[in-house]
Design a protein around this ligand. Structure first.
Ligand code: ATP
Ligand code: MG
Length: 755
């Protein structure tokens, strides 16, 4: 890599665009005081990303912009561009030429441009570190700052040495790795915190899931048990119903027949009880009594007629016609007797007695005077008697007939009474049978009722169980019940197993009881919102697993970062120790060259880490970038570099004992030693040679030529000796407008210009 040119525009005293080409190993910049030479050195710092305003002699970014004069107005922006030949690809960019440009605006805003593209400061410093151009600026020695390497404390010195040794890249990498590690640690904490936050919720969801799974298991159990139970119950209900129907059929039909029979028997018994026969008997008996009565009347009439006939015969024999004497006498005596009695009677009864006597008298007279002939009367009476006797005979026959009829009727009535008793007996037997049948039928009805209740319960049970275990349960009919041997049981087998009231039924009740218990447990499990919980649990688990993986990744990357950091630290420690040893040797050599003897060395020392903040004294151009923050008091020890010198012929030791010139010589020896061990691409020395006497100027010139073999040198100088070693000389003068003006000059002119 080779520095090709620097282009300044509006930077400090360079009001107009000014370009310096570096076509030679040694370029000297000469000019009078205040012409702007040191400004060019600061332009390098600026373009390379210098953040310290102080090292560019400014307080604010604005101070870097051409401030204007009476002739030239002030600049709105300052820019410096460095061009490098990168054909050797020392800068890790696939370009033959690399231009790094930095722009600062009046408002203080900075811009970094790499080959025309805007980049970050970090990109620039990273790129430069690869080409051994560190940020400590050991390759740019500002005016009067040569002994900075001596006046710095051991830690700052160590940083300069690290930079000069080209360890910045490693340091940079290590810092990067440490930053990443810190970030990873932070992420680990965050992710771990997230996981911790999630944990209770996840545990809760796991508990819920357990409940759901338990419920699922219970549901499965319920399903299996319920399928078997319902299948068995269904078979039982169906077959039990059929059986009951069969059992009922015979008593039912017998009951119907029996009812008809009872009806018939009742009618029969009722008919026998009817009193027709008895009525007929009464009539016949009355008829018999009537005939008897008439016969007796007729017998009386016959008797009277026989008496009359006898009287007639007596009369006819005695007096002929008229009344017998003694009868007339008996009549007269009768009348006399009645009349005498009548005298004693009351008047009303007397009249009645007289009427009766008169009637008796008239009767007597009539018998005396008006009587038929006794013969003719007797004939009439005989005729009348025979008539009555034939009538009597007829009546006697009639009586015999009626008596016979009564006898027959009585017999008939007796035999009918026997027949009626038989029918009643049968009726009672039928009614007894009917009671039996009714008992049987009501027994059946009771069993049917019980079965109907079981069927109702069955329906309710199915609805409930299906609600809990799922509708698959409704397919219970197609469930195959298996016996102990695993054989499929037929409906008949199942029914045999389930006789009503028997052991099978009890077993079935146990099954139902178990199902009821399962239902209760399922309800208690409260598996509501199952799907939501499952979803939430899945999401939470996935999130937890994601976080776990994330944590693992982070821990792995933290681990590998830790490894990288350790490796880098080891490399750094080794290179640093080796480098310091080499620099020490070179330092000793240059020191002896400069002083013509004596010894000088560098050594690594352990010292307490000082306050980091103490050396940050400059205003930062950019606050955002690289503003490391370390805790103020860290008790750790760190490595520093000590410089030991021993002048020839002098017993005094220690840097503070050196004269100004000695101090400059020692500084130069150290700067050159550093450059020798790890040569930077270019080295800018701003009047480092100012304090040298002639002899030392010569030695300085020799060492410069030696160094220029490895690094491009840009020397700002008033020293003639130094100018004489340069291949290219630039003169800078202050123009009339107050701006720096560049001119190429020859050696002789340069000497003149430099004055
Ligand atoms: P010496 O030989 O004395 O070291 P020099 O050539 O190194 O001198 P510089 O220090 O580079 O001189 O230049 C300083 C000059 O640049 C000063 O005169 C100063 O006024 C001028 N200068 C500095 N900053 C600005 C600015 N922002 N605008 C204009 N001029 C500036
Ligand atoms: Mg100067």
């Amino acid at each position: 890599m080779r520095l090709k040119s620097i282009e300044l525009n509006g930077f400090k005293s360079f009001a107009k665009k000014t370009t310096l080409d570096f076509g030679s190993a040694i370029t000297a910049i000469v000019g009078p005081n205040g012409s702007g030479k040191s400004n060019t050195a600061e332009a390098f710092r600026f373009a390379l990303g210098e953040q310290s305003m102080k090292s560019m002699r400014g307080r604010r970014g604005e101070d870097l912009l051409w401030n204007g004069s009476q002739l030239i107005p002030r600049a709105g922006r300052a820019s410096v561009r460095l061009s490098f030949d990168n054909t050797d690809r020392m800068l890790p960019l696939d370009f033959d030429e690399v231009a790094i440009e930095r722009v600062v605006n009046r408002d203080g805003g900075n811009e970094y441009i790499l080959n025309g593209s805007s980049v970050r400061l970090r990109d620039v410093t990273g790129l430069l570190a690869a080409a051994n151009i560190g940020t400590s600026g050991h390759h740019i020695i500002s005016q009067g700052q040569a002994d900075r390497v001596l006046s710095a404390n051991s830690r700052e010195r160590r940083e300069m040495v690290e930079d000069a040794l080209g360890l910045t890249g490693f340091l940079y990498k290590r810092e990067e790795a440490e930053r990443k590690l810190a970030k990873a640690a932070e992420n680990i904490r965050e992710v771990a915190a997230l996981r911790r936050e999630l944990a209770p919720h996840l545990r809760f969801l796991q508990g819920q899931m357990k409940k759901i799974e338990d419920a699922q298991k219970l549901r499965g159990d319920l399903m299996t048990r319920a399928l078997e139970y319902f299948k068995r119950e269904s078979v039982y209900l169906r077959l039990a119903r059929t059986l009951l129907e069969e059992e009922r059929s015979s008593p039912a039909s017998e009951s119907i027949t029996l009812a008809q029979r009872i009806e018939g028997l009742r009618a029969q018994v009722a008919a026998k009880r009817n009193d027709a026969g008895a009525g007929e008997l009464v009539r016949l008996e009355a008829e018999s009594r009537g005939a008897q009565g008439r016969r007796e009347e007729l017998l009386r009439q016959v008797g009277r007629i026989e008496g009359e006939i006898a009287a007639h015969e007596r009369l006819a024999r005695t007096v002929g016609p008229g009344l017998p004497a003694e009868e007339t006498l008996r009549f007269a005596e009768e009348v006399e007797k009645n009349l005498e009695q009548a005298l004693a009677l009351p008047e009303r009864e007397l009249k009645e007695r007289i009427k009766s006597l008169l009637s008796a008298a008239r009767d007597f007279l009539k018998r005396l005077g008006r009587q038929d002939s006794p013969q003719q009367s007797a004939d009439d009476l005989l005729e009348k008697k025979s008539r009555l006797e034939s009538e009597l005979k007829r009546l006697e026959e009639e009586e015999v007939r009626v008596a016979g009829a009564i006898r027959d009727l009585r017999h008939e009535i007796e035999s009918e009474k026997d027949a009626s008793r038989e029918a009643e007996r049968e009726l009672f037997a039928a009614m007894a049978r009917r009671s039996e049948l009714e008992a049987v039928l009501s027994g059946l009805t009771a069993r049917e009722g019980a079965l109907a209740r079981e069927a109702d319960r069955f329906k309710t049970d199915i609805a409930e169980a299906a609600a809990l275990a799922g509708h698959g349960l409704l397919e219970y009919e197609s469930y195959e019940v298996r016996g102990a041997d695993g054989e499929r049981l037929s409906d008949a087998d199942i029914f045999d197993d389930l006789p009503a009231g028997g052991q099978g039924r009890a077993t079935q009740e146990e099954r139902r009881h178990k199902i009821e218990r399962l239902k209760i447990r399922l309800e208690e499990a409260g598996a509501s919102g199952g799907e939501e919980v499952v979803k939430e649990h899945r999401e939470a688990t996935e999130r937890d697993q994601f976080l776990e993986r994330e944590l693992l990744d982070l821990e792995q990357s933290a681990e590998s970062l830790g490894k990288i950091i350790n490796e880098l630290s080891e490399t750094l420690a080794k290179r640093f120790a080796d480098g310091v040893a080499q620099v020490s040797t070179q330092f000793d050599t240059y020191f002896q060259t400069m002083f013509g003897g004596g010894t000088a060395s560098l050594s690594i020392v352990e010292e307490k880490k000082s306050l980091r903040g103490a050396h940050i004294e400059d205003d930062d151009l950019e606050q955002a970038d690289d503003s490391d923050e370390l805790s103020d008091e860290e008790e750790e020890t760190e490595e520093g570099i000590e410089v030991s010198v021993s002048l020839p012929h002098k017993r005094l030791k220690g840097l503070h004992m050196l004269s100004g010139g000695e101090r400059t010589l020692t500084s130069i020896a150290l700067i050159f030693a550093l450059s020798q061990v790890n040569p930077p691409p270019f080295l800018i020395l701003d009047e480092t040679d100012a304090a040298l006497d002639e002899a030392n100027s010569k030695r300085y010139g020799d060492m410069i030529e030696e160094l220029s073999k490895k690094s491009q040198l840009i020397l700002i100088t008033h020293n003639r000796e130094t100018m004489s070693r340069a291949g290219v000389l630039y003169g800078i003068t202050m123009g009339s407008g107050g701006a720096s003006k560049l001119l190429s000059v020859k050696f002789e002119e340069a000497v003149a210009v430099a004055k």
